[in-house]
Write a protein that binds this ligand. Structure first.
Ligand code: XMP
Length: 326
Protein backbone atom coordinates (compact mmCIF):
# COMPACT_ATOMS: atom_id res chain seq x y z
CA UNK A 1 0.00 0.00 0.00
CA UNK A 2 1.69 3.16 -1.17
CA UNK A 3 0.81 6.73 -0.47
CA UNK A 4 0.29 9.18 -3.26
CA UNK A 5 2.99 11.59 -2.14
CA UNK A 6 5.47 8.72 -2.52
CA UNK A 7 4.11 8.07 -6.02
CA UNK A 8 4.58 11.73 -6.87
CA UNK A 9 8.17 11.78 -5.55
CA UNK A 10 9.10 8.59 -7.38
CA UNK A 11 7.56 9.70 -10.67
CA UNK A 12 9.04 13.18 -10.50
CA UNK A 13 12.52 11.71 -10.01
CA UNK A 14 11.99 9.18 -12.81
CA UNK A 15 10.74 11.84 -15.23
CA UNK A 16 13.69 14.13 -14.46
CA UNK A 17 16.10 11.28 -15.10
CA UNK A 18 14.37 10.26 -18.32
CA UNK A 19 14.01 13.74 -19.80
CA UNK A 20 17.20 15.52 -18.77
CA UNK A 21 17.38 18.83 -20.65
CA UNK A 22 14.99 17.85 -23.44
CA UNK A 23 11.58 19.28 -24.07
CA UNK A 24 8.33 17.38 -23.81
CA UNK A 25 4.95 17.70 -25.51
CA UNK A 26 1.57 16.63 -24.16
CA UNK A 27 -1.93 16.55 -25.63
CA UNK A 28 -4.52 17.44 -23.01
CA UNK A 29 -7.99 16.06 -23.66
CA UNK A 30 -9.83 17.74 -20.82
CA UNK A 31 -9.99 14.43 -18.98
CA UNK A 32 -8.48 13.40 -15.68
CA UNK A 33 -5.72 11.14 -16.95
CA UNK A 34 -4.00 13.51 -19.35
CA UNK A 35 -4.31 16.39 -16.85
CA UNK A 36 -2.75 14.42 -14.00
CA UNK A 37 0.00 13.04 -16.24
CA UNK A 38 0.79 16.54 -17.47
CA UNK A 39 0.75 17.98 -13.95
CA UNK A 40 3.24 15.32 -12.82
CA UNK A 41 5.56 16.12 -15.70
CA UNK A 42 5.19 19.83 -15.01
CA UNK A 43 6.16 19.23 -11.40
CA UNK A 44 9.27 17.42 -12.62
CA UNK A 45 10.53 19.63 -15.44
CA UNK A 46 8.59 22.90 -15.31
CA UNK A 47 8.56 24.85 -18.55
CA UNK A 48 10.30 22.15 -20.53
CA UNK A 49 6.74 20.84 -20.84
CA UNK A 50 4.51 22.12 -23.67
CA UNK A 51 0.83 21.24 -23.47
CA UNK A 52 -1.55 21.35 -26.39
CA UNK A 53 -5.32 21.14 -26.30
CA UNK A 54 -6.93 20.48 -29.66
CA UNK A 55 -10.38 22.07 -29.55
CA UNK A 56 -12.37 20.04 -32.04
CA UNK A 57 -15.49 22.08 -31.43
CA UNK A 58 -17.29 19.04 -30.05
CA UNK A 59 -16.89 19.79 -26.36
CA UNK A 60 -19.71 20.84 -24.09
CA UNK A 61 -20.55 24.45 -23.34
CA UNK A 62 -17.74 26.31 -21.61
CA UNK A 63 -15.66 23.19 -21.29
CA UNK A 64 -12.52 24.27 -23.12
CA UNK A 65 -12.33 27.51 -21.16
CA UNK A 66 -12.94 25.69 -17.89
CA UNK A 67 -10.29 23.04 -18.48
CA UNK A 68 -7.81 25.66 -19.59
CA UNK A 69 -8.42 27.82 -16.55
CA UNK A 70 -8.33 24.95 -14.08
CA UNK A 71 -5.23 23.41 -15.54
CA UNK A 72 -3.21 26.59 -15.99
CA UNK A 73 -4.06 28.08 -12.63
CA UNK A 74 -3.31 24.92 -10.67
CA UNK A 75 -0.14 23.83 -12.48
CA UNK A 76 1.28 27.01 -13.98
CA UNK A 77 2.00 24.97 -17.10
CA UNK A 78 1.89 26.58 -20.52
CA UNK A 79 -1.05 25.39 -22.57
CA UNK A 80 -1.75 26.25 -26.17
CA UNK A 81 -5.34 25.79 -27.21
CA UNK A 82 -5.82 25.22 -30.91
CA UNK A 83 -9.26 26.06 -32.18
CA UNK A 84 -9.74 23.55 -34.96
CA UNK A 85 -13.53 23.45 -34.77
CA UNK A 86 -14.14 24.71 -38.32
CA UNK A 87 -11.85 22.07 -39.71
CA UNK A 88 -13.55 19.25 -37.78
CA UNK A 89 -17.03 20.44 -38.76
CA UNK A 90 -16.00 20.57 -42.41
CA UNK A 91 -14.53 17.10 -42.28
CA UNK A 92 -17.69 15.75 -40.62
CA UNK A 93 -20.15 17.38 -43.01
CA UNK A 94 -22.73 14.90 -44.23
CA UNK A 95 -21.40 12.06 -42.08
CA UNK A 96 -23.89 10.02 -40.05
CA UNK A 97 -22.18 6.68 -39.51
CA UNK A 98 -20.79 6.48 -35.94
CA UNK A 99 -17.60 4.64 -36.81
CA UNK A 100 -16.91 6.98 -39.70
CA UNK A 101 -17.37 9.94 -37.34
CA UNK A 102 -14.78 8.40 -35.01
CA UNK A 103 -12.37 7.70 -37.84
CA UNK A 104 -12.57 11.21 -39.22
CA UNK A 105 -12.17 12.80 -35.80
CA UNK A 106 -9.18 10.56 -35.02
CA UNK A 107 -7.57 11.42 -38.34
CA UNK A 108 -8.10 15.16 -37.99
CA UNK A 109 -6.93 15.07 -34.39
CA UNK A 110 -3.62 13.55 -35.41
CA UNK A 111 -3.17 16.10 -38.19
CA UNK A 112 -3.86 19.06 -35.95
CA UNK A 113 -1.70 17.68 -33.17
CA UNK A 114 1.07 17.03 -35.65
CA UNK A 115 0.96 20.68 -36.73
CA UNK A 116 1.11 21.82 -33.12
CA UNK A 117 3.97 19.44 -32.38
CA UNK A 118 5.91 20.88 -35.32
CA UNK A 119 5.37 24.41 -34.01
CA UNK A 120 6.62 23.44 -30.57
CA UNK A 121 9.55 21.68 -32.17
CA UNK A 122 10.44 24.69 -34.32
CA UNK A 123 10.32 27.06 -31.36
CA UNK A 124 12.39 24.75 -29.21
CA UNK A 125 14.93 24.25 -31.98
CA UNK A 126 15.28 28.02 -32.38
CA UNK A 127 16.08 28.09 -28.69
CA UNK A 128 18.65 25.34 -29.18
CA UNK A 129 16.54 22.62 -27.55
CA UNK A 130 15.06 19.41 -28.70
CA UNK A 131 11.63 17.92 -28.17
CA UNK A 132 12.14 14.24 -27.59
CA UNK A 133 9.23 13.08 -25.52
CA UNK A 134 5.47 12.77 -25.56
CA UNK A 135 3.38 12.40 -22.39
CA UNK A 136 0.52 9.91 -22.36
CA UNK A 137 -1.98 9.32 -19.59
CA UNK A 138 -1.96 5.53 -19.93
CA UNK A 139 -3.33 3.79 -16.82
CA UNK A 140 -2.72 0.28 -15.56
CA UNK A 141 -6.04 -1.06 -16.89
CA UNK A 142 -5.13 0.35 -20.33
CA UNK A 143 -1.85 -1.52 -20.22
CA UNK A 144 -3.58 -4.76 -19.25
CA UNK A 145 -6.39 -4.31 -21.70
CA UNK A 146 -4.54 -2.91 -24.67
CA UNK A 147 -5.92 -4.63 -27.68
CA UNK A 148 -9.38 -4.98 -26.15
CA UNK A 149 -12.09 -3.26 -28.14
CA UNK A 150 -14.26 -2.05 -25.26
CA UNK A 151 -13.94 0.17 -22.28
CA UNK A 152 -10.69 1.65 -21.11
CA UNK A 153 -8.56 0.70 -24.10
CA UNK A 154 -11.25 2.06 -26.36
CA UNK A 155 -11.41 5.33 -24.47
CA UNK A 156 -7.86 6.02 -25.55
CA UNK A 157 -8.41 5.24 -29.20
CA UNK A 158 -8.35 8.75 -30.52
CA UNK A 159 -5.81 10.25 -28.18
CA UNK A 160 -3.28 7.67 -28.94
CA UNK A 161 -1.06 9.57 -31.30
CA UNK A 162 0.61 6.49 -32.72
CA UNK A 163 -0.13 7.73 -36.22
CA UNK A 164 2.51 10.45 -36.29
CA UNK A 165 4.97 10.57 -39.19
CA UNK A 166 8.50 9.19 -38.85
CA UNK A 167 10.20 12.54 -38.38
CA UNK A 168 7.91 13.24 -35.46
CA UNK A 169 8.54 10.19 -33.33
CA UNK A 170 8.86 10.73 -29.61
CA UNK A 171 9.89 8.70 -26.63
CA UNK A 172 6.91 8.07 -24.36
CA UNK A 173 6.49 9.30 -20.82
CA UNK A 174 3.71 7.40 -19.11
CA UNK A 175 3.81 8.30 -15.42
CA UNK A 176 0.43 6.69 -14.61
CA UNK A 177 1.16 3.25 -16.03
CA UNK A 178 1.06 1.54 -12.63
CA UNK A 179 -2.06 3.29 -11.34
CA UNK A 180 -5.78 2.68 -11.21
CA UNK A 181 -8.27 5.48 -11.73
CA UNK A 182 -8.90 6.15 -8.03
CA UNK A 183 -5.15 6.43 -7.48
CA UNK A 184 -4.83 8.83 -10.40
CA UNK A 185 -7.49 11.00 -8.76
CA UNK A 186 -5.57 10.95 -5.47
CA UNK A 187 -2.36 11.90 -7.25
CA UNK A 188 -4.26 14.75 -8.93
CA UNK A 189 -5.44 16.05 -5.56
CA UNK A 190 -1.92 15.66 -4.17
CA UNK A 191 -0.67 17.82 -7.06
CA UNK A 192 -3.23 20.50 -6.29
CA UNK A 193 -5.53 20.02 -9.28
CA UNK A 194 -9.05 21.28 -8.57
CA UNK A 195 -11.80 18.84 -7.60
CA UNK A 196 -13.92 19.51 -10.66
CA UNK A 197 -11.06 18.43 -12.88
CA UNK A 198 -10.06 15.44 -10.79
CA UNK A 199 -13.65 14.19 -10.44
CA UNK A 200 -14.72 14.99 -13.98
CA UNK A 201 -17.05 12.32 -15.29
CA UNK A 202 -15.94 10.37 -18.36
CA UNK A 203 -16.60 12.17 -21.63
CA UNK A 204 -15.82 10.52 -24.96
CA UNK A 205 -12.93 11.82 -27.04
CA UNK A 206 -15.17 12.38 -30.09
CA UNK A 207 -17.41 14.41 -27.80
CA UNK A 208 -20.81 15.61 -28.89
CA UNK A 209 -20.32 14.07 -32.33
CA UNK A 210 -21.56 10.82 -30.75
CA UNK A 211 -24.54 12.57 -29.16
CA UNK A 212 -26.12 13.96 -32.28
CA UNK A 213 -27.82 11.08 -33.99
CA UNK A 214 -27.49 12.20 -37.56
CA UNK A 215 -25.33 14.76 -39.28
CA UNK A 216 -23.37 17.17 -37.11
CA UNK A 217 -24.07 20.83 -37.73
CA UNK A 218 -23.28 23.97 -35.80
CA UNK A 219 -26.96 24.48 -35.01
CA UNK A 220 -27.43 20.95 -33.71
CA UNK A 221 -24.33 21.28 -31.55
CA UNK A 222 -25.81 24.38 -29.97
CA UNK A 223 -29.08 22.55 -29.24
CA UNK A 224 -27.38 19.61 -27.56
CA UNK A 225 -25.08 21.98 -25.65
CA UNK A 226 -28.00 23.94 -24.26
CA UNK A 227 -29.81 20.80 -23.11
CA UNK A 228 -26.63 19.27 -21.70
CA UNK A 229 -25.91 22.42 -19.73
CA UNK A 230 -29.31 22.21 -18.04
CA UNK A 231 -28.82 18.54 -17.20
CA UNK A 232 -25.38 19.14 -15.72
CA UNK A 233 -26.58 22.14 -13.71
CA UNK A 234 -29.52 20.26 -12.23
CA UNK A 235 -27.53 17.11 -11.41
CA UNK A 236 -24.91 19.21 -9.68
CA UNK A 237 -27.55 21.21 -7.81
CA UNK A 238 -29.11 17.94 -6.64
CA UNK A 239 -25.71 16.71 -5.42
CA UNK A 240 -25.75 13.73 -7.76
CA UNK A 241 -22.45 14.18 -9.61
CA UNK A 242 -20.56 11.44 -7.83
CA UNK A 243 -23.51 9.07 -7.80
CA UNK A 244 -23.83 8.83 -11.53
CA UNK A 245 -21.02 7.63 -13.74
CA UNK A 246 -21.98 9.93 -16.59
CA UNK A 247 -25.12 11.23 -18.24
CA UNK A 248 -25.02 11.53 -22.00
CA UNK A 249 -27.62 13.91 -23.41
CA UNK A 250 -28.50 12.78 -26.90
CA UNK A 251 -30.22 14.73 -29.65
CA UNK A 252 -32.31 12.67 -32.04
CA UNK A 253 -31.63 15.16 -34.76
CA UNK A 254 -33.27 13.25 -37.59
CA UNK A 255 -36.42 12.47 -35.60
CA UNK A 256 -39.13 15.08 -35.28
CA UNK A 257 -41.88 15.14 -32.72
CA UNK A 258 -45.01 17.24 -32.42
CA UNK A 259 -45.54 19.38 -29.36
CA UNK A 260 -47.37 22.37 -28.01
CA UNK A 261 -45.03 25.04 -26.73
CA UNK A 262 -45.89 28.62 -25.99
CA UNK A 263 -48.41 29.84 -28.52
CA UNK A 264 -48.85 26.79 -30.60
CA UNK A 265 -47.98 23.56 -32.19
CA UNK A 266 -44.31 22.83 -32.75
CA UNK A 267 -42.49 20.26 -34.75
CA UNK A 268 -39.21 19.81 -32.92
CA UNK A 269 -36.81 17.12 -31.74
CA UNK A 270 -36.65 14.66 -28.85
CA UNK A 271 -33.75 14.64 -26.41
CA UNK A 272 -32.71 11.45 -24.62
CA UNK A 273 -31.26 11.48 -21.11
CA UNK A 274 -28.92 8.59 -20.48
CA UNK A 275 -27.85 8.71 -16.82
CA UNK A 276 -25.93 5.56 -15.86
CA UNK A 277 -24.20 4.10 -12.87
CA UNK A 278 -21.13 1.98 -13.48
CA UNK A 279 -17.82 0.83 -12.02
CA UNK A 280 -15.73 0.76 -15.16
CA UNK A 281 -18.02 1.48 -18.16
CA UNK A 282 -17.82 -2.17 -19.24
CA UNK A 283 -21.26 -2.73 -17.76
CA UNK A 284 -23.72 -0.13 -16.57
CA UNK A 285 -27.21 0.26 -15.19
CA UNK A 286 -29.57 3.15 -15.73
CA UNK A 287 -29.60 5.50 -12.77
CA UNK A 288 -32.80 5.76 -10.75
CA UNK A 289 -32.78 9.53 -10.62
CA UNK A 290 -35.29 11.20 -8.30
CA UNK A 291 -38.52 12.10 -10.13
CA UNK A 292 -38.36 15.71 -9.02
CA UNK A 293 -34.92 16.10 -10.57
CA UNK A 294 -36.15 14.51 -13.80
CA UNK A 295 -39.19 16.77 -13.79
CA UNK A 296 -37.10 19.89 -13.35
CA UNK A 297 -34.74 18.87 -16.14
CA UNK A 298 -37.65 18.12 -18.46
CA UNK A 299 -39.41 21.40 -17.73
CA UNK A 300 -36.32 23.46 -18.13
CA UNK A 301 -35.22 21.84 -21.39
CA UNK A 302 -38.60 22.20 -23.07
CA UNK A 303 -38.93 25.78 -21.83
CA UNK A 304 -35.43 26.95 -22.54
CA UNK A 305 -34.37 25.01 -25.63
CA UNK A 306 -36.77 26.05 -28.35
CA UNK A 307 -35.98 23.19 -30.73
CA UNK A 308 -36.66 20.45 -28.19
CA UNK A 309 -40.25 19.56 -27.37
CA UNK A 310 -39.84 16.14 -25.81
CA UNK A 311 -37.53 14.74 -23.13
CA UNK A 312 -37.16 10.98 -22.84
CA UNK A 313 -35.30 8.75 -20.39
CA UNK A 314 -33.22 5.77 -21.51
CA UNK A 315 -33.88 2.84 -19.14
CA UNK A 316 -31.64 0.28 -20.84
CA UNK A 317 -28.79 -1.39 -19.01
CA UNK A 318 -25.42 -2.18 -20.62
CA UNK A 319 -25.47 -4.77 -22.02
CA UNK A 320 -27.49 -4.78 -24.17
CA UNK A 321 -27.36 -1.00 -24.70
CA UNK A 322 -24.03 0.81 -24.75
CA UNK A 323 -23.66 3.96 -22.66
CA UNK A 324 -23.40 6.28 -25.66
CA UNK A 325 -26.00 6.03 -28.41
CA UNK A 326 -23.32 5.85 -31.06
P1 XMP B 1 -20.03 2.71 -24.53
O1 XMP B 1 -20.90 3.65 -25.30
O2 XMP B 1 -19.19 1.83 -25.41
O3 XMP B 1 -19.00 3.63 -23.76
O4 XMP B 1 -20.78 1.92 -23.51
C1 XMP B 1 -18.12 3.18 -22.75
C2 XMP B 1 -17.35 4.39 -22.25
O5 XMP B 1 -16.48 4.85 -23.28
C3 XMP B 1 -16.86 6.16 -23.69
N1 XMP B 1 -16.76 6.15 -25.15
C4 XMP B 1 -15.72 6.65 -25.81
N2 XMP B 1 -14.62 7.30 -25.37
N3 XMP B 1 -13.88 7.54 -27.60
C5 XMP B 1 -13.71 7.76 -26.28
O6 XMP B 1 -12.72 8.38 -25.90
C6 XMP B 1 -14.95 6.90 -28.11
O7 XMP B 1 -15.06 6.73 -29.32
C7 XMP B 1 -15.92 6.44 -27.15
N4 XMP B 1 -17.09 5.77 -27.29
C8 XMP B 1 -17.59 5.61 -26.04
C9 XMP B 1 -18.26 6.38 -23.16
O8 XMP B 1 -18.53 7.76 -22.92
C10 XMP B 1 -18.23 5.56 -21.90
O9 XMP B 1 -17.60 6.27 -20.84
Amino acid sequence: DWTMDAVVDTQVAAIKAQVGGSHVICALSGGVDSAVAAALVQRAIGDQLHCVLVDHGLMRRGEVAQVTRDFESSTGASLRVIDASARFLDALAGVTDPELKRKIIGREFIRVFEGAARDVLDEATDAGREVDFLVQGTLYPDVVESGGGEGAANIKSHHNVGGLPDDLQFGLIEPLRALFKDEVRRVGIELGLPEQLVWRQPFPGPGLALRIIGEITHERLEIVRAADQIVRDELTAAGLDREIWQCPVVLLADVRSVGVQGDGRTYGHPIVLRPVSSEDAMTADWSRLPYDVLARVSNRITNEVREVNRVTLDITSKPPGTIEWE
